[in-house]
Design a protein around this ligand. Sequence first.
Ligand code: SDX
Length: 432
Amino acid sequence: MTEKTVTLNTPAGNFDYPVLDGSVGPEVIDIRKLYGQTGMFTYDPGFTSTGSCESKITYIDGEKGILLHRGYPIEQLAEKSSFMEVAYLLIHGELPTQQELDSWVRTITRHTMVHEQLATFYRGFRRDAHPMAIMCGVVGALSSFYHDSTDITDPDQRMIASHRLIAKMPTLVAMAYKYSLGQPFMFPQNSLTYTGNFLRMTFGVPAEPYEVNPIIERAMRRIFILHADHEQNASTSTVRLAGSSGANPFACVAAGIACLWGPAHGGANEAALNMLREIGTTKRIPEYIARAKDKNDPFRLMGFGHRVYKNFDPRAKVMKATADEVLKELNISDPVLDVAKELEHIALNDEYFIEKKLYPNVDFYSGVILNAIGFPTDMFTALFALARTVGWVAQWNEMISDPEQKIGRPRQLYVGAPQRDYVPVEKRTSAA
Ligand code: SDX
């Protein structure tokens, strides 16, 4: 079959570049030879039209609001799967048999404890430290305890490190919450499910038994599944870029946590609930819609808009239904949910949001559920990081074993001063 190409006419000549097909989704233009042939770079701040890698893990169709993990729709996984099964699927590529799943859960469960000395890292933080500040520190610190799984050229060590990261994130996140309260850390209890274990480490105390509420466990499991992976988003790209230098997986995930913290990314769930609380009542929604539309006002509707989804974020739909379900089952009426629904309704009928294709994203409703479960707002992004660790680990493993991967090193359009000679200080006049 003849290779598909596009031709670029440049001052250095006309060059054909291969067009590559994926299994679904947009074709790509392979421009790897562009600079060598033309002496020109492409220019794409924010990588809006740039594919950074080949991947088989997650596919998103932003126009149709489709999200597939290894081909399975997120709606089906959220409804029918478990977080451990989704983690296996993301990493190994297929849904596990019962035997494979049991063995996978046993393996992950065996790694849930953390080195006792790691607990002393927490004591170096202020009690009111943001949990994401703690997570950046302690996840990076894991590499100082697990030297036997930092050789990234060894597939066995890569898998042990992957198991450790997935297994220990709930323990570390729960410890960050306990530390903020001044309560003792709870040890993992391996007879519980991954999600149940996390809830007990978070909300249980040594002084009394803790019963996992099945409603909350089901909601938490669904929230973890909805946050597991999302193609080449900013934090996943950070993990891949850090990994491309050969950094160990603990350091790479710590870099991903740092990136996720930003309010334009994973920090939006915390910012969205704070915004909904600030709005307070449906009466004040028009004021905030106006601010979101005002070019001179930096305010944005948090939990709204997405680089890829120009239609509904399918995760937001599941999250909205889960919010209704959980609040009803827990018999909680939260006025913030009413504000969120009315805000969504008004925004989706407003010309500005329609024209810019702005819809609620995964972060718009998640805070309502997390708040109902009892998490403080500043824990929300740490929960996102806990869940996204399975995606980061899957993407990192895929990158390391990709024969085409090399260190990531973008170029630039230089608009600074051309070469000039040094001026001794006595001869300088002020630049102003
Ligand atoms: C996540 O990439 C992923 O997959 C991320 C994620 C994942 O699972 O990993 O899905 C998780 O990060 C979800 C997004 C969470 N962030 C927020 O909710 C913060 C609020 N949203 C925005 O800041 C914004 O929508 C982004 C960052 C999400 C997307 O930004 P883009 O793609 O760079 O779009 P843009 O900033 O260029 O906006 C396009 C236009 C602009 O207007 P114009 O300059 O064209 O006139 O839409 C406007 C923006 O001003 N706009 C908004 C808006 N989001 C975009 N206006 C008001 N409120 C908003 N929320």
